[in-house]
Design a protein around this ligand. Structure first.
Ligand SMILES: O=C(O)CCC(=O)C(=O)O
Ligand SMILES: [Fe+2]
Length: 361
């Protein structure tokens, strides 16, 4: 992948007193970014394309053909999911059963949260990656070497459901959205189990999804005066099995595919599905978690909402023994408890696949 260096002097970092990028972006005198946000990429290693080869388009999966179609349509859809997971680690999901109005309500609620007064949002400023409710900026602003042009609200929504009390309506809307997106995720994981040659409920059962973690992360990327020098989220892969991502109609997600960064357009009502680290481990590397990042623009505020579906905290995630063979397919990853994986994530630089690489054999 592109080699990226991100440097910032400690002096300039101390000058930043804003608690959110939103308030920084709204300050009237802002014409350039503070140096603490300067993210330098190596242009020689960076190829960014709007959409790739017409012979290799971003895969689109029709969810309705997975759940309500004839057996042959379902079989073809499952086959297409397999190809998408193997070749891209990423696909667009259409007709996914979450209504347009619920998605719009969710976008409105997220904006209403970020539009609360800074002091009100600070009530939710958690400290630890394990905190069930955490509002913040950048990724981990106290340790990030470079700050990211991003504010976030990260909420544990399963097995216990959490929600901020404000704005009014956030709790009910997010409860509904989380229930529905969880169902979609579990249904996709059934198809993925079959693709791996396992029983349809294999992943659900062995990953203890009845008590599995589901984390909702709302990301806000306000307009940036120098978007070419800042980054919303650096290249990374997600923890968990799958990430279902939606956005507010403003694009900014790029996925890394065949050594190029592909701009993903913001297609209305579509969910973006990202293969995540635990699925890479469970499949013993048959499916690779997709490297992705969020770039920013100087035109519009972008919002994305990620729903990561993963195993329960005490589940040991390891390559499925049914897939292993000491001669031809030995285990390529150590087993690790979800709790310990998250702890590794907390204590490591948020970059690339650095956390997953720690469990590679
Ligand atoms: O904003 C985006 O499109 C990416 C968000 C993301 O990668 C995440 O929340 O893990
Ligand atoms: Fe991500």
């Amino acid at each position: 992948m592109a080699s990226t260096t991100a440097k910032v002097s400690q002096e300039s970092k101390k000058n930043i007193s804003f608690t959110s990028v939103k308030s920084l972006a709204e300050s009237p005198e802002l014409t350039s970014i503070p140096s603490s946000y300067t993210f330098t990429t190596n242009p020689d290693d960076e190829i960014v394309v709007d959409f790739d080869d017409v012979n290799d388009p971003i895969p689109i999966i029709d969810y309705s053909l997975l759940v309500t179609a004839t057996p042959s349509q379902r079989a073809k859809t499952i086959h297409d999911i397999n190809k998408a997971c193997e070749h891209w680690g990423f696909f667009m999901l259409i007709n996914h059963s979450i209504s347009k109005s619920l998605m719009e309500k969710m976008v409105d609620q997220v904006f209403a949260f970020f539009n609360l007064k800074e002091e009100e949002k600070q009530e939710y400023a958690g400290k630890d990656v394990m905190d069930p409710l955490r509002y913040g900026t950048s990724f981990n602003a106290s340790v990030d070497k470079v700050l990211f042009w991003r504010d976030f609200l990260r909420i544990l929504v399963h097995p216990e459901f959490h929600s901020p009390d404000k704005p009014v309506g956030f709790r009910d809307t997010s409860a509904e959205y989380c229930k529905r997106s969880r169902k979609v995720g579990r249904e996709l994981l059934k198809g993925i189990s079959e693709n791996l040659g396992l029983e349809p409920d294999y992943i659900d059962r062995t990953m203890n999804l009845d008590s599995g973690l589901q984390i909702l992360t709302a990301n806000l990327y306000p307009p940036c005066p120098q978007p070419e020098f800042a980054m919303g989220m650096p290249p990374h892969s997600d923890h968990g099995l799958l990430n279902l991502l939606m956005q507010n109609g403003v694009s900014g997600l790029q996925v890394f595919h065949n050594n190029k960064w592909i701009n993903v357009s913001s297609t209305p009502n579509c969910l973006l599905v990202l293969v995540s680290d635990h699925l890479e481990v469970l499949s013993n590397g048959k499916y690779k978690s997709v490297l992705h990042r969020a770039v920013v623009s100087n035109k519009a505020t972008r919002m994305s909402l990620a729903t990561v579906i993963g195993p329960s905290l005490d589940t040991v995630v390891e390559p499925a023994s049914e897939l292993l063979d000491n001669q031809t397919n030995p285990p390529a990853y150590f087993g690790i408890k979800q709790r310990d994986f998250m702890e590794l994530q907390r204590s490591n630089q948020f970059y690339g696949k650095s956390v997953l690489n720690k469990v590679k054999i």
